[in-house]
Design a protein around this ligand. Structure first.
Ligand code: MTE
Length: 324
C-alpha cells in the first residue's frame, strides 16, 4: 500500500506470535462505559494501552446484532485474533501490527459532522447514531489492494440509511468521508509523507447500493480501535483502502472527492478501485489473493465476488480506471 514497499504484502507481522495483551474484561468495560466523564478523568493516569479501552464509544448492550442471512460467505471467517492484529491504519504507523499504537485513539465522546449539500447540516454524537440505526450483522469479504484477504462478521447499518437521515439535496453527486485529524493522539499523523486527514468517497449510486455498509462493530462487539472505531465504511466489492476508518465528517458534494491514496499516487490508487483480477496494480498482479488465516492462495473474483449486486452501477462507464 505504501509508496515504498519494505516487505512482501503477505508477510505476517511478528505481533501474531506474541501473547495478547491483558485488556480490561467485558464487565470492566461495561462499567466504565456507564461512568462517562468520571472515568475519562480517571483514565488520564492509566497507561496508554488501557486508556482508550476504558471508554469504548460503542454501546455493548447493542451487540451482537441479529445476523442478516442474505450476506453469506463461501469460506471460513478470519479469527478475530488474527484480524485484530493485522491492520492497515496509517494514522498509527505503516506496519501491520499497529493495534497497540491504535489504543491511544479516544473514541468517546465522538461527534460526526454531516454537511455539504444537505437540507440542514447536523452534528450527531456517535452514541445517538448507533442507537437510532437498525444494527445487523453481515459476513463480508475484504480484499486489500496488497493482494491479501480476510472474511469478517461486521455489525452496522446500510449507508443508504445514513443518506436518508442526512437528506441530501438533488445537486449532491458524491459523498466525501473524512477521518479525524489529531497528531497528538495518532502518532502516524506527525509525519510529512502523507496528507492528512484520510479521505474517501463514493458516488450517490454506490451509496444507495445494498452492500455499502457503515460499520460500528465486529465479531459481535463494538468496533475495536484498530478496526476504525467507532464508525467505518465497508465496501466489499472495492479494494480495502476505500473502507475508510474512524469517520468524523461526512459531506455531500457535486465534486468527485480526491481520496488519500489517490492524492499520493493517482496512477496506482484511483477513485473507483473496484476489484478486478484482470487489471494489475502497476507493481503487482491482482489475479490472486492470499487468504490471511489459511495461508492459501486463491483466485481473485471480479468485484470481489459481488458482481451480481454491483456490476449494474458501472454500466456505460468504460476503462481500466474503474479497477484501480
Ligand atoms: N482508514 C484510515 N483512516 N486509515 C487507513 O490507513 N487503511 C485502509 C482502510 N481504511 C486505512 C483506512 C486500508 S489500505 C485497508 S486494507 C483497510 O482499511 C484495512 O482494514 P482492517 O485493518 O480492518 O483490515
Amino acid at each position: 500500500m505504501a509508496i515504498i514497499i519494505r516487505k512482501p504484502a503477505w508477510a505476517i507481522s511478528d505481533a501474531l506470535a506474541t501473547p495478547e495483551r491483558a485488556f480490561l474484561d467485558r464487565r470492566d468495560i461495561l462499567k466504565a462505559w456507564g461512568l462517562g466523564a468520571l472515568a475519562l478523568a480517571a483514565s488520564a493516569n492509566l497507561p496508554k494501552t488501557v486508556r482508550a479501552a476504558t471508554l469504548p464509544a460503542g454501546n455493548p448492550a447493542l451487540y451482537p446484532a441479529k445476523q442478516n442471512a442474505a450476506y453469506k460467505l463461501d469460506r471460513s471467517l478470519t479469527p478475530e485474533e488474527i484480524n485484530s492484529k493485522y491492520n492497515n491504519f496509517y494514522e498509527f504507523g505503516g506496519d501491520k501490527d499497529i493495534w497497540t499504537e491504535a489504543q491511544t485513539l479516544v473514541t468517546n465522546p465522538w461527534d460526526i459532522e454531516i454537511g455539504g449539500m444537505v437540507e440542514k447540516p447536523v452534528t450527531i454524537a456517535f452514541a445517538e447514531l448507533e442507537a437510532k440505526m437498525p444494527l445487523e450483522e453481515r459476513l463480508y469479504r475484504h480484499r486489500c489492494v496488497e493482494a491479501w484477504s480476510m472474511t469478517i462478521p461486521w455489525t452496522g447499518f446500510s449507508l443508504a440509511k445514513l443518506v436518508e437521515l442526512a437528506k441530501p439535496t438533488a445537486s449532491a453527486k458524491y459523498i466525501r468521508f473524512e477521518t479525524f485529524y489529531d497528531p497528538a493522539m495518532a502518532s502516524g499523523q506527525n509525519g510529512f509523507l502523507y496528507t492528512w486527514p484520510y479521505v474517501e468517497g463514493v458516488t450517490m449510486a454506490e451509496a444507495a447500493n445494498e452492500l455499502a455498509f457503515m460499520v460500528t462493530g465486529a465479531y459481535g462487539k463494538p468496533l475495536l480501535n484498530q478496526f476504525g472505531a467507532p464508525l467505518r465504511l465497508a465496501l466489499p466489492w472495492k479494494y480495502g483502502f476505500k473502507s475508510i476508518k474512524s469517520i468524523r465528517k461526512i459531506s455531500f458534494t457535486d465534486k468527485q472527492p480526491v481520496s488519500f491514496w489517490e492524492g499520493l499516487a493517482s496512477n496506482e490508487y484511483g477513485f473507483w478501485a473496484n476489484v478486478n483480477p484482470d487489471v494489475a496494480h502497476p507493481r503487482w498482479s491482482q489475479a490472486q489473493e492470499r487468504v490471511l488465516h489459511t495461508g492459501e492462495t486463491v483466485p481473485t473474483l471480479l468485484f470481489n465476488g459481488y458482481g451480481e449486486q454491483v456490476a449494474g452501477l458501472y454500466a456505460g462507464i468504460e476503462g481500466e480506471e474503474l479497477y484501480r
